[in-house]
Design a protein. Structure first.
Length: 339
């Protein structure tokens, strides 16, 4: 882990001015419209291919591209939550709900609530829901005293991490539906859109395929979606600085976001598969920046961090996973020693 840096006051301000001067915070609404339209067309083509092939086990292969395109839809819902696309909050809410609730069957309001808390305090175990104690744990304190199934999972969490990601697509749906049911009086539109998603999705599968094929297709589709989405978000923070409350309270925006995040490099293929969110440092510093602009902001931010002596971590995809898994393995070390 990195040592806690000194308080740096308003050192974020010069960087913000440079980013604004480069025009990187300006909206790219037309580009978003084309990208969203293309993804809709590709999803429609995939469903048309499913209908054309019909009740054949070969159709299960199409669950893979559908899972990838579903993840692209999740990226657009994510961007809507950060107000990256246009100038209207109402427009963003509808884009978010159409992609999240209708296309994914996942609550946009739930995602925003969870994700905004993550952005406000990344890797803070008391405030960031992404590193709260759950099936997996992220600190020695969280691991202490875990027994039974949870103890076994903690001891072996580095080994089972990627297999568990195949369940994340289901977990996202269940968690968000529970969130909406608790707020059903105020979230009726979101609930209605999720009901529409479930009705259309399963009606299409069971009308086109045999029951067995439909179930297997849905399982593979959601496993690919969960694995892909989880593999995009996992490398960005796991194994990075986890500030204690004193450090978190003393850090400014620059320290809080840069020291807890890492970038993943790898070229255009990596950029496409990770939706540009491999530039995680830039995304956390400027969450409203259009996702396509993050790669242009990266050299500016890296150069600025070097000029003020701020550690800036960027690595390959494989190394980012290795760092995250090593951290998870170390967290379970005491339980393994006492097993």
């Amino acid at each position: 882990m990195l040592s806690s840096p000194p308080i740096r006051g308003s050192e974020f301000s010069p960087l913000l001015r440079e980013i604004k001067a480069a025009g990187l915070l300006e909206r790219r609404t037309a580009a978003y419209a084309m990208a969203i339209g293309l993804n809709v067309v590709l999803m429609a083509v995939t469903w048309a291919a499913i209908a054309t092939i019909g009740a054949s086990w070969w159709v299960v292969l199409l669950a893979v591209p559908l899972g990838i395109l579903t993840t692209r839809a999740a990226f657009f819902g994510h961007d809507a939550g950060h107000q990256q696309i246009g100038s209207s909050r109402k427009l963003h809410d509808w884009i978010g709900m159409l992609h999240g609730n209708l296309v994914l069957g996942m609550s946009y309001a739930w995602w925003n609530d969870k994700h905004n808390r993550h952005h406000a305090n990344p890797n803070h175990t008391d405030k960031d829901p992404d590193v709260g104690e759950g099936i997996l744990v992220w600190t020695m304190e969280q691991a202490e005293g875990r027994e039974g199934l949870f103890g076994w999972l903690t001891r072996n969490q580095a080994k089972v991490f990627f297999p568990l990601l195949t369940l994340e697509g289901f977990n996202l749906k269940v968690s968000s539906i529970r969130f909406l049911l608790e707020r059903r009086r105020t979230e009726r539109v979101e609930l209605a859109l999720i009901v529409a998603h479930l009705a259309v999705y399963f009606a299409a599968l069971f009308l086109i395929l045999t029951p067995g094929q439909a179930i297997v297709f849905a399982l593979v589709h959601h496993m690919v979606f969960g694995l892909h989405l989880g593999s995009v978000f996992a490398p960005n923070h796991k194994g990075m600085e986890m500030p204690d409350p004193e450090a978190a309270n003393s850090w400014g925006h620059l320290e809080k976001q840069v020291l807890t995040s890492r970038n993943v490099n790898g070229g255009l293929v990596t950029d496409w598969m990770m939706g540009g969110l491999n530039y995680q440092i830039e995304h956390h510093l400027f969450p409203s920046m259009p996702r396509a602009n993050l790669r242009f902001a990266q050299p500016i931010v890296q150069r600025y961090c070097a000029s003020i002596g701020m550690p800036y971590v960027t690595t390959t995809l494989i190394d980012s996973y290795r760092m995250g898994l090593r951290h998870m393995h170390e967290v379970g070390s005491e339980l393994r020693a006492n097993a």
